[in-house]
Ligand binder design. Structure first.
Ligand code: ADP
Ligand code: ADP
Ligand code: ZN
Length: 213
């Protein structure tokens, strides 16, 4: 059956970092609403421009925009066997919309305390070619400024990865997104993983959780 997986957690929890392993294990493609919004912004589409003010402010983009984006993405052929949602759903309204368009098999929550989030996000950079995620201290490149995955030296930092915006994003997470843990818990779909350990250990814990389904 075509079931999907949700990767859940606060900004900077490590969702993007862990997504690759899950994609490699399950064969389900990663759908990151944050990446889709940034691509729309770079392409200068009306949707991207409309989303920009919310993203810059650290606020959630309105539900109807996000749900429209997901509905369209799920019509592509690679979604036919289910997908890995990264950073979606982020509100109860999004989860309700999702329940009528796809079947969620499990929600894997990467739990990280707030006090770790700022240091994670403020040190984050990514490869502009392949999207690999790095950190100044916790996951540096082997050679300064060169991507370990693809060799590119086109490294990027996000405009919203600054301390002030991170605090607003964390607040949005606690008020609008965190209630989803109970929502999915009531449906028997919520599995929490300790995200406050090394990257490889978090990855192992996620694979164990997926194995036990
Ligand atoms: P998310 O997609 O949940 O916003 P990322 O995967 O982009 O989070 O990770 C945020 C930052 O934290 C990145 O710089 C990443 O290298 C780093 N990071 C991810 N997982 C860990 C971990 N387990 N320990 C320390 N740093 C981590
Ligand atoms: P992070 O995991 O670091 O919070 P994302 O790349 O997932 O970053 O999201 C970046 C921004 O894009 C969010 O702060 C928000 O403005 C917007 N966004 C992404 N996904 C959603 C969503 N499902 N609902 C509403 N806004 C979203
Ligand atoms: Zn790369």
């Amino acid at each position: 059956m075509a079931t999907s997986i949700v990767l859940f957690g606060p900004p900077g929890a490590g969702k993007g970092t862990q997504a690759g392993k899950i994609v490699a294990t399950t064969g389900k493609p990663q759908i990151s609403t944050g990446d889709m919004l940034r691509a729309a912004l770079t392409a200068g589409t009306p949707l991207g421009l409309a989303a920009k003010q919310f993203m810059d402010a650290g606020a959630l983009v309105p539900d109807d925009v996000i749900i429209g984006l997901i509905e369209e993405r799920l019509t592509l052929p690679d979604a036919v066997n289910g997908v890995l949602f990264d950073g979606f759903p982020r509100t109860i309204a999004q989860a309700e919309a999702l329940s009528s368009i796809a079947e969620v098999e499990v929600v894997i929550a990467i739990e990280v305390p707030d006090e770790r989030i700022v240091e994670r996000i403020c040190g984050r950079f990514t490869c502009g070619q392949c999207g690999a995620v790095f950190h100044d201290s916790f996951n540096p490149t082997s050679v300064d400024g060169v991507c370990d995955s693809c060799g590119s030296s086109e490294m990027k930092r996000r405009a919203d990865d600054n301390e002030e915006t991170v605090r607003t994003r964390l607040e949005a997470y606690h008020t609008q997104t965190a209630p989803l843990s109970d929502w999915y818990g009531e449906r028997g779909l919520f599995v929490a993983v300790d995200g406050d350990q090394g990257i490889d250990h978090v990855g192992d814990a996620i694979l164990i959780a997926l194995d036990s389904l």
